[in-house]
Write a protein that binds this ligand. Structure first.
Ligand code: ZN
Length: 359
């Protein structure tokens, strides 16, 4: 972020740019959907590096992201199961298959560039992903809805595809061939029971990732800073426009222990201030509710939800991490899923805090 700019203004400008790109891609999305009808969701950590549209070179809005601390989810969570089931029922009603990427992340060069939500323990993150995938299979079987475990390796942005049997694993950074037949063979050997329709719709993502990895290698991209410099605490949904490294901790509203997740993220944010990694005058608590305008009460319900969540989060911070409160700027709004435009309901710019001077 440009240090001289105001955090809220920066976020709003970023959203405006993203929403414009999203709208510009509408025709491309329609064309793509016609060719590849499978609905795709990705369950992933809130880490800003995990930008699947970029990593797979897929138009924005094709992959539906669900983000939470550590990428931890449970189909037993009441709100989460409602959201997922709505998505599944919507897809099935349109005669579409569902592909669910159940992800974990790590960095091949250094475990400390891995997932902070799992204390950098990649094996634990992987085990949680396998457990979640098995939960999907218990509920939905694996024909109309197919969950796959997928690692995201952030040094090269490579996808690591775990097969149905958990023994076969393919690191796309090691794949050179990319003809249609070779990729189909690879996917059928990983996923023998995957419907043909899904295989065909998964191939463009695989091919896109192989191309992306080649570009990262050619550009010799330096590995991202291992240090965390997040300065935004995002609560709610509709944040897929906020996909920058070292910017935001995003807490979805899915976890029934939401207050604990907010507290954890607030403590991480306070840690970033205490260790001098971020500007103490540019810390933002941003709340977003997501809606699709269907002519009903959705718009107003989203507004009420955003206001509620914002107060809820602020009260938890006041209670559990009170030293963070004086640093907070507050931005509350809601995101139209058809345009990705964030509409501001409330904004509160904090008074600047002087940095303590050493004598
Ligand atoms: Zn993570």
């Amino acid at each position: 972020m440009n240090k001289s700019s105001n955090g809220i203004d920066y976020l709003l400008e970023l959203n405006t740019r993203h929403a414009q790109a999203f709208i510009d891609l509408a025709a491309e999305r329609r064309r793509y959907r016609g060719e590849h009808p499978t609905e795709i969701a990705a369950l992933k950590c809130m880490d800003g590096r995990l930008h699947l549209p970029v990593i797979t070179q897929t138009a924005l809005g094709i992959i539906q992201p669900f983000r939470n601390l550590g990428g931890k989810f449970d189909l037993g969570w009441p709100f989460f199961q409602v959201i997922i089931d709505q998505w599944v029922q919507y897809s099935i009603s349109r005669g579409r298959h569902c592909l669910v990427f159940v992800t974990y992340h790590f960095a091949r060069g250094d475990s400390h560039r891995g997932c902070r939500g799992f204390s950098y323990d990649t094996e634990a993150a992987k085990a949680a992903a396998i457990k979640l995938r098995d939960q999907f299979i218990r509920v939905y079987g694996n024909t109309a809805v197919v969950p796959i475990v997928c690692g995201i390796e952030t040094d090269l942005d490579a996808l690591i595809l775990h097969g149905e049997d958990d023994r076969s694993v393919v690191d796309l950074a090691k794949i050179k061939q990319s003809s249609q037949i070779e990729l189909e063979e690879m996917l059928y050997s990983l996923y023998p029971s995957m419907p043909e329709r899904i295989v065909r719709d998964l191939i463009p993502l695989v091919r896109g990732n192989i191309r992306h990895i080649a570009e990262i290698r050619a550009a010799n991209r330096p590995v991202e800073d291992a240090e965390h410099k997040e300065w935004v605490l995002g609560v709610g949904r509709g944040f897929d426009w906020l996909h920058l490294i070292n910017t935001a901790f995003i807490v979805g509203p899915f976890d029934p222990n939401l207050s604990v997740t907010i507290e954890t993220a607030a403590k991480l944010l306070k840690g970033n201030i205490d260790e001098g990694r971020v500007d103490p005058n540019n810390i933002v608590l941003m709340t977003s509710a997501a809606f699709r305008d269907e002519g009903g009460p959705e718009y107003h319900l989203a507004k009420e939800k955003a206001l509620f969540l914002s107060k809820f989060a602020l009260n938890i911070i006041k209670d559990k991490v009170p030293d963070l409160v004086p640093h907070l700027q507050i931005l509350t709004g809601f995101t139209d899923l058809d345009t990705r435009k964030f509409e501001v309901i409330e904004r509160l710019d904090a008074a600047p805090i002087k940095k303590a001077k050493t004598a």
